[in-house]
Design a protein around this ligand. Sequence first.
Ligand SMILES: *Cc1c(COP(=O)(O)O)cnc(C)c1O
Length: 321
Amino acid sequence: MNAIPRLRFAHLPTPIEDLPRLSAALGGPRILVKRDDQTGLAFGGNKTRKLEFLVAEAQAQGARTLISGGALQSNHCRQTAAAAARCGMACILVLTGAAPARPSANLLLDGWLGARIVTVAERKDRDRRLQEVFEQSQAAGEKPYLVPYGGSSPTGALGYAFAVEEFMQQGVDADWFVFGTSSGGTHAGLMLGQRLFGYGGKVLGISIDEAEDWLKPHVSALATAAGECLGETIRFTPDDVLADASYCGAGYGVLTDAEREAVRLFARSEGLLLDPVYTGRAAAGLINLVRKGFFKKSDTVLFWHTGGQPALFSEQYANEL
Ligand SMILES: *Cc1c(COP(=O)(O)O)cnc(C)c1O
């Protein structure tokens, strides 16, 4: 395996904890949680592992400014802003939506972390606006690096390949990894890591907002390309990808009773906070799969917590949960 530049700012290894009260409440298999909500960088989350590789790549290219885009309450953008500050770089974020008069949650933190915020009214215009902002920054001599959407380039996905190496070194067995999947970098990285480091369980992504027929080819191509970054030739096909898109029908960020139940159940049975958009939905999927008898009673299921809790305090969700 080729060595690849990486910075070290994540708090690793993240703990693995048992959730016996949750397992009992569901009458299901043993459930563990991998606390990637504790990766550091302004409240942490799954983007921190990706950013260790992405910011290293940016610096290797001589970049001094990180530019990225996402939703107004993007966790990825908040962590990118924190990584920029941590590494002495500037940050510009192109966010979809109208900036509220009093920003809250992730958007509030983006400002505190020193990011310059550019808003774009509609999602369909975001990539064009991002490109314009990039070109302006370049023309101004700021040496920008475009952090891909969700940090999900092959380079970013490496963060999750090495997360599997970390898991293997923790000496815990799990038959399943279950987690929320959206831009696919976490999913692709875990699949690559499974092959590189010999994880014998299954890797099941609960889709947050994408159909399986988009997710599967996208994740398999990303996993293959991430392997190539390391000089490895491992071909992944769409059929290799385990994904369940049964829980995303309401649309991105739309809270339903299933997410509400998941957030409350984890909070009240284990004192563990989920977020409304990603881990709440992924856990709702996990809960439903347990109730349907999808897992064997003898299985151990590891829920990979990907963070996102600042969104609990956004005006959009604080009064809805
Ligand atoms: C971005 C994000 C995800 C999805 O990860 P991808 O690698 O984009 O699929 C899951 N959970 C949280 C909290 C996130 O911020």
